[in-house]
Write a protein that binds this ligand. Structure first.
Ligand code: NAD
Ligand code: ZN
Length: 381
């Protein structure tokens, strides 16, 4: 079958790989009908993530049709249309029972490798290195889904297109959890760094959760325009204006109540010490500096290892609350599908590129370089 595979920095290929088979009685196999490229895939593309091996199948934002189930799968059957969360969770461990699905203790067979490389072991993830379990990803014609009763959500409403529900796999729950993690109260001002796909969903979710003002930061025109086009979002182009000064002006010098870092390791390219912006503070430093005393910092952006200059002094002395983590996708599937069905949000609005899986290698380049007004790529195998 066709799949997109990893071959080192900036090298994604379309290759013929073996079709997956049921390995455990709790597995299901899906025929993928739509699959997206995520900002997290760019950490692999840029070779930030330890434990990648040549030929690894990429992708963790897939959906499709069940074509086979293992003997112990009760909730799904052949023909079901499902969206698959990027987090692989057992459903039974202490973490899953407490709805902390992305911290599942049972689904990373390489937990020791993860502890050595990253100091801890989160759940296994699709297409995200051997450090996180070595699971093949969903940028492929077929995908093996372990713990199939715990992850995938059935979409029975045929009037919803793949494009409308696909992002339940990751970025809609991620943006939503990011906004929840900002602990928004009525009347709050929320600032969002990064207007990529995750930032776009964080912005929409902040409005849904009752923010009075949402201020978004980026430097890419079409991403700022998309943010500005939603509700009354205000935007700051960080190449044109000082972000801290604008945020202070906007909040009577108090700072935003909630600050969301939807950038993550991407900041290696745009912040301190980088070739583009040698003097710019890291997003996290800027967010801590800007956040009002006693406010909340929410970090959906992915950081992989230690980051120099973590602003511990201001963080402590401003009494900030920090909420972060990979998204507990399973906990959000039902409520967010209801919001889509109820017409509160149309996730497909952020798609800018639709193509065949075969175009994947080129689209990785385009998405990484933020060329061709690219904000979100969806592919069909
Ligand atoms: P993306 O790369 O498309 O978007 C990042 C955006 O940040 C870009 O628009 C970029 O211009 C902007 N940016 C870069 N430097 C900036 C700076 N200094 N200030 C303000 N904006 C800046 O990626 P995405 O798909 O939107 O993902 C964003 C982050 O969320 C990534 O780190 C990704 O790994 C992470 N993510 C986390 C989870 C989770 O479970 N927590 C899930 C999915 C994605
Ligand atoms: Zn993702």
């Amino acid at each position: 079958m066709d799949a997109l595979t990893w071959h080192g920095e900036g090298d994604v290929r379309l290759e013929d790989v073996p079709k997956p088979e049921i390995e455990e009685p709790t597995d299901a196999i899906i025929e993928v009908t739509a699959t997206a490229i995520c900002g997290s895939d760019l950490h692999l593309y840029n070779d930030f993530m330890p434990g990648m091996q040549e030929g690894d199948v990429l992708g963790h934002e897939p959906m499709g049709e069940i074509v086979e189930v293992g003997d112990d799968v009760d909730e799904l059957r052949e023909g079901d249309r499902v969206v698959v969360p990027f987090t692989i969770s057992c459903g039974d461990c202490w973490f899953c029972e407490n709805d902390l699905y992305s911290l599942c203790d049972e689904t990373n067979p390489n937990a020791e490798m993860a502890k050595e490389a990253m100091g801890h072991s989160p759940a296994g993830l699709f297409g995200f290195s051997h450090t996180l379990g070595g699971y093949d990803g969903g940028q492929a014609e077929y995908l093996r889904v372990p713990h199939a009763d715990v992850g995938p959500i059935k979409v029975e409403n045929d009037s919803l297109s793949d494009q409308e529900v696909l992002f339940l796999s990751d970025i809609f729950p991620t943006g939503y959890m990011a906004a929840e993690n900002a602990e928004i109260d009525d009347g709050d001002t929320v600032a969002v760094w990064g207007c990529g796909p995750v930032g776009q969903f964080a912005i929409r979710s902040a409005w849904m959760l009752g923010a009075e003002r949402v201020i978004a930061v980026d430097r890419i025109d079409e991403r700022l325009e998309m943010a500005e086009g939603h509700a009354d979002t205000e935007v700051i182009d960080y190449e044109e204006e000082d972000v801290y000064d604008r945020l202070m002006d906007a909040t009577d010098d108090r700072g935003p109540d909630g600050c969301i870092d939807a950038v993550g390791s991407e900041a290696h390219h745009t912040c301190a010490g980088s070739h583009d912006e040698p003097d710019r503070p890291y997003v996290l430093q800027e967010a801590v500096k800007s956040c009002r005393k006693g406010g909340t910092l929410s970090i959906p952006g992915v950081y992989i290892d230690e980051m120099d200059g973590a602003p511990m002094g201001p963080l402590m002395n401003k009494a900030l609350t920090v909420n972060t983590g990979q998204t507990h996708v399973q906990a959000y599937l039902d409520p967010l599908l209801k919001r889509i069905e109820g017409g509160e949000i149309d996730p497909s609005a952020i798609i800018t590129h639709e193509a065949d899986l075969a175009d994947g290698p080129d689209l990785y380049d385009t998405f990484n370089d933020k060329e061709d007004d690219c904000i979100k790529v969806v592919m069909t195998p």
